[in-house]
Ligand binder design. Sequence first.
Ligand SMILES: Nc1ncnc2c1ncn2[C@@H]1O[C@H](COP(=O)(O)OP(=O)(O)O)[C@@H](O)[C@H]1O
Ligand SMILES: [Mg+2]
Length: 319
Amino acid sequence: MENILEIKNLNLFFRGEESDYQALYDVNLDFEKGKLHSIVGESGCGKTMTVMSVIRLLPKKAYIKSGEILFNGENMLNLKEHEMRKIRGNKIALIPQDPMTSLNPLYTIGNQITEAIMAHNKVSKHQAMRKVREVMDMVKIPDINNKLNSYPHEFSGGMKQRVIIAMALACKPELIIADEPTTALDVTIQKQIMDLIQELQKELQTTIILISHDLALVSNYADTVNVMYSGRVTEKANSKEFFENPMHPYSAALINSLPSANAKGKLNTINGAPPNIREKISGCKFHLRCERFEKGLCDKEIPELREKSANHFAACFKI
Ligand SMILES: Nc1ncnc2c1ncn2[C@@H]1O[C@H](COP(=O)(O)OP(=O)(O)O)[C@@H](O)[C@H]1O
Ligand SMILES: [Mg+2]
């Protein structure tokens, strides 16, 4: 078992007007080659900042204070911007959170995919155009001849997402990061796109990191689950183990609030909302919402992420 990507003790801060504030705390994550991994958690917990650290497309005010990001064993934090540019799109591709805005309305679909291919491969325009058909076929865009000359506004949301995936695949990346790739789509289309992503992942043996706030979706597609809360990893395990035996009270609460867990009509939701990251909270950041809260412990000490059973990690004193 080989890890394509390892994030070690990653600490990320934002420059603030009065003082800087921390958004990621000692994030440790491993991603085994050839699998479909997931990072889950409520909005604002640091999922996007974690993967943006990997490809180093961070907001201006964000900075990485310490940590390592090993891609095929090499610490990418030592790479210069021009070296990162060679990795982005080539070896690591991003399917962004808002794919609808990442297509240029002024150019045809065929043009944009051709550009994406030529930006990363030393190929002639003719070769690139052949490749365009190949990738459009892979993502099952029908009626390719016609679609090549269409503009983004002529495409439905699902079709636009297929184009984005085609562009991501064009350079045969080793790793694809999909940040909430189906959030903007309706449920039926969401399933089609996720089925496509899973199928391509199996066929091409690519590694995928899927970011989602939707645990139901993750349970259907991901091989591993990595849960984050307030900038920290709170639990990680393979998917089957995670859903059979969630350890962290936060994970248990997330699973409990799934519609399938509410079959008897009782709606379980997690009390309250995640804290603002600027808020200083001592101890475990989940203690304010936690059913297993122990005064004097959980509000004082920070629980480390520990291996509680084989390959199943959780950060909680009460397990
Ligand atoms: N551009 C930004 N400027 C300042 N703070 C930001 C910015 N983007 C994100 N953050 C902060 O970083 C935290 C993590 O954000 P993010 O990784 O986008 O969360 P997620 O993807 O899990 O919803 C958020 O709580 C937010 O307050
Ligand atoms: Mg996000």
